[in-house]
Design a protein around this ligand. Structure first.
Ligand SMILES: Cc1cc2nc3c(=O)[nH]c(=O)nc-3n(C[C@H](O)[C@H](O)[C@H](O)COP(=O)(O)OP(=O)(O)OC[C@H]3O[C@@H](n4cnc5c(N)ncnc54)[C@H](O)[C@@H]3O)c2cc1C
Length: 381
């Protein structure tokens, strides 16, 4: 069974979210959140969202949320993107770390960290990839060594491709705590303040020129035992929980693509002269793709409310949204023709869409996961 219609309560929630967004979404749009100045402006926006209790609607009230249901969260996401609201520069904290904290955090970690994430006081980045470990994440060599005298762990190593790392305050990352254990077993998930002595953060530019990435090095960085999330040696399991949020429902909800599809249809309507039968088909295909992704996620939410865990099926979402995003943007660029050079919203969106099949685990890796763990096909030789 898939729930397709707003209940009276969901409809009220939608109206209230829409009204607040209409009155508050910044106009003109904020500068890119992947620049220092733009990031600071986005953090101000996040704090406004928090003050009005819209930053983490599905969280408990005691952490700044509204105890909203998963359906209401989807409704909020639809309204958020339809209103053209700013990108969520807190996404790593809200959508990736927080679900992992709910699953693996101690009550003390939850009570301390979740309200600070909701209020955009702590700004988190993800420290998984290393120069020699990307798709093969279990190859990480950054390590953590127990220091009994100091009562904590000493971290060393290097992370890279850390999104917005140059602007964040904290990093969650995987470190090797037992070099003698199996590759997946010797890892531990750490929560690290980027201001700690021994941490160096160097921002660097992306394809579009914004300083969206950072390289983070750790030289003998001391963190306390409370910096371990989910237990020593349990890092792989904890990281896979974060990955499931990153690939699945939380990071890229359908609202984002429905809004882009609506913008594409509006563009096509205004470009009758460019709308060849082939392009018309592309517009329809991309729009249908966005509706299909919404149906897919509604089906998934219905299953989750019946107790199912998305697990490996999160890889299906990731394939779906990343390929859809390219399709939507490529079609818009084709409609715009030479004007695409000057239309920064579509052309920058297109450049970013090209990263979709890479981040959150490449699509080649997701296809292998779907083949082996969702469809039960034999492992490739
Ligand atoms: C926009 C963006 C943001 C990112 N943000 C972060 C971040 O915040 N934190 C973070 O830790 N990382 C981040 N990353 C890094 C991202 O997770 C890695 O780029 C990704 O996991 C791939 O790793 P790699 O770049 O080392 O490529 P590689 O692993 O070297 O892969 C290169 C190519 O080989 C293919 N390949 C590799 N192994 C296999 C295999 N077994 N089977 C089939 N094909 C294979 C890959 O699919 C890919 O096409 C980000 C990347 C991008 C583009």
């Amino acid at each position: 069974m898939i729930d397709l219609v707003d209940t009276a309560e969901e409809a009220r929630f939608r109206t209230s979210a829409r009204a607040w967004l209409r009155a508050n979404v910044p106009s003109p749009p904020l500068p890119s959140g992947d620049t220092r100045e733009g990031f600071a402006r986005h953090v101000e926006w996040e704090r406004r969202l928090f003050d009005a209790r819209w930053s983490v609607v599905s969280w408990p009230e005691r952490y700044g949320g509204r105890d909203a249901s998963l359906w209401e969260w989807l409704v909020f996401e639809e309204e958020y993107y339809a209103a053209g609201a700013p990108q969520r520069v807190t996404q790593n904290g809200i959508f990736l770390l927080a679900p992992t904290l709910y699953e693996f955090g101690t009550p003390a970690q939850q009570d301390h960290l979740l309200p600070r994430i909701a209020a955009a006081e702590d700004l988190w980045c993800q420290g998984w990839s290393e120069p020699e470990a990307g798709s093969d994440l279990a190859a990480v060599t950054s390590r953590a060594v127990r220091d009994d005298a100091a009562g904590g762990w000493r971290l060393s190593g290097q992370k890279t491709w850390t999104t917005r790392g140059a602007f964040c305050t904290h990093l969650f990352g995987l470190f090797r705590t037992d070099p003698t254990a199996g590759r997946h077993r010797g890892l531990t998930y750490f929560l690290v303040p980027l201001g700690a002595p021994g941490v160096t953060v160097r921002g660097f530019g992306r394809l579009d020129g914004d300083e969206g990435f950072a390289e983070v090095t750790f030289v003998d960085v001391l963190v306390p035992d409370e910096a371990v999330l989910g237990g020593v040696g349990n890092g792989w399991r904890v990281a896979m929980s974060t990955a499931s949020s990153e690939r699945g429902l939380s990071l890229r909800s359908p609202g984002r693509f429905l809004a882009t599809a609506d913008r594409l249809v509006a563009l096509a309507r205004s470009r009758a002269e460019a709308l060849s039968p082939r392009l018309r088909d592309r517009v329809i295909r991309a729009w249908v793709g966005a509706q299909a992704y919404q149906m897919f996620t509604r089906h998934q939410v219905s299953a989750m409310l019946d107790g199912a865990q998305p697990g490996a099926r999160a890889s299906l979402n990731k394939l779906f949204w990343s390929e859809l995003d390219i399709e939507l943007h490529e079609t818009a660029l084709e409609l715009l023709g030479a004007e695409a050079e000057t239309d920064t919203a579509w052309s920058r969106g297109f450049l970013f869409s090209l990263a979709g099949p890479i981040y959150a685990g490449t699509n080649e890796i997701q296809r292998t996961i779907v083949a082996e763990r969702v469809l039960g096909l034999p492992r490739a030789p």
